[in-house]
Design a protein around this ligand. Structure first.
Ligand code: HEM
Length: 405
């Protein structure tokens, strides 16, 4: 057991990494909501906690001093979530280091920058929808969600040209290998090779970005590196964080948005009548299909959460996607409704680490929804094919969304 005092703790047998939870998270929701906060033993020896109620997740995410984001390097199990090869990144650090890293790219996410990206986004949405043909099946992810995210975030926002992007996609694909690791296992070779390739590539690109005076995010990172604000290691990790944080999540939300638009034609009609409703529609998509399902924190003190104490040192699994269905917050939580008052959810997190890309996402998604609803009133689910989900311990999203217009 870890150094936390656990003698009297009733442990649940819940394991967020188990196949049953990944395959059917909904079947665990009631149990998690009723028992939250609960305790579990991870890796056979690490006393850990989970929180699943909305207010409890808000409490944990809202207090970085009591719930740190710094992953203890020697804690068994951490190798499964060390996507950035042990390097410092903003999402795995606390202030002041977190704030220093976030400041480097913050301006790229400002309202002015997001507005600049909006025009480009309109163009990309138009081009992608131009390719759809009546009665020809297409995939909401492969044909729309993913290319939209890649073009807006990768080509334009980050500034990585299409011919080089495979380096990051190949690296990202190796993350799935990490979640199979047992304590003491070495990192998979494919992951290490992918990291090395990405690192070598970025060193070169960042050196060029510094020279050619371009104004994308890469050049911002390059100048922070030149001025000594960021170390080389931090610079590499930052690019990987922005890529992995943004492209898969926005792709997933695009695919999900089209799924719900096709599934609820009466809501699509309401959006055609009043395009302002697209925002509420998208918030409900984020709530129900949150691609990030859990985030981790580490208790720095004994802390009362709900009716239990989470002991100092415990890893805390904060179950965002369960909290998003908490019946104390949402009336009929499993229903898709664009009329929820307030439209609160935890899909972008809360507190210090609240998603830096949330404004960009909230700019992109309604554009897709409005254009799709306007141009293709006949959009429907393609019942001849099954939708497919892709899950990892921390994420869950639709991988194939069969549709027809
Ligand atoms: C639907 C789209 C997205 C979802 C659901 C999402 C979700 C999240 C969540 C839940 C967090 C909080 C993590 C934590 O508390 O530990 C987060 C943080 C973050 N997100 Fe996003 N994200 C999305 C889009 C983006 C985009 C477009 C980018 C960048 C281009 C991005 C970059 C980041 C970064 C860098 C952080 C860390 C912020 C910090 O630690 O201060 N995300 N995101």
């Amino acid at each position: 057991m870890s150094d936390t005092s656990t003698a009297q703790i009733p442990f649940s047998d819940f394991d967020p990494f188990c196949d049953e939870f990944r395959d059917s998270p909904e079947s665990f929701h009631d149990q998690l909501l009723h028992s939250s906060p609960g305790y579990m033993v991870m890796e056979g020896e690490v006393a850990s906690a989970y929180v699943a109620k909305f207010d409890q997740c808000m409490q944990v995410l809202g207090n970085w001093e009591l719930f740190s984001s710094v992953k203890p390097p020697n804690l068994p199990g951490m190798q499964r979530v060390d996507f950035f090869n042990g390097m410092p990144v903003m999402n795995y650090s606390d202030p002041p280091q977190h704030d220093r890293l976030r400041r480097v790219v913050n301006v790229a996410f400002s309202p002015g920058r997001v507005r600049q990206l909006a025009e480009y986004t309109d163009k990309v949405v138009d081009e992608l929808l131009d390719r759809l043909e009546p009665n020809k099946p297409f995939c909401g992810m492969g044909d729309v969600g993913r290319p939209l995210a890649v073009k807006v975030l990768f080509d334009e926002f980050l500034g990585i040209p299409p011919e080089d992007q495979h380096i990051f996609f190949e690296f990202g694909a190796t993350f799935l290998l990490l979640d199979k690791l047992k304590p003491g296992d070495p990192k998979p070779q494919a992951y290490l090779d992918g990291w090395k390739r990405g690192e070598a590539y970025l060193r070169q690109v960042l050196a060029d970005a510094g020279k050619n005076g371009s104004e994308n995010v890469l050049s911002m990172i390059a100048s922070a590196s030149e001025s000594g604000t960021m170390s080389d290691a931090e610079m590499m990790a930052m690019v990987c964080v922005l890529f992995t944080g943004g492209v898969p999540t926005v792709s997933a939300m695009g695919a999900s948005a089209l799924h719900y638009l096709a599934r609820y034609p009466e809501i699509a009609e309401r959006i055609r009548q009043d395009e302002n409703l697209a925002k509420a529609f998208c918030e409900e998509v984020y709530r129900l299909d949150s691609p990030v399902t859990l985030v981790m924190r580490f208790a720095t003190e004994d802390v009362q959460v709900g009716d239990r104490v989470i002991a100092r040192g415990m890893p805390v699994y904060t179950m965002i996607s369960v909290a998003n269905r908490d019946p104390d917050i949402y009336d009929k939580p499993l229903e898709f409704s664009i009329d929820r008052p307030g439209m609160r959810h935890l899909s972008f997190g809360n507190g210090t680490h609240v998603c830096i890309g949330n404004a960009i996402t909230r700019m992109i998604m309604p554009k897709l929804v409005v254009q799709m609803a306007r141009r293709f009133p006949a959009l429907r689910l393609d019942d001849s094919r099954q939708g497919v989900w892709e899950t990892s311990p921390r994420s869950r999203h639709r991988k194939e969304v069969p549709l027809v217009v």
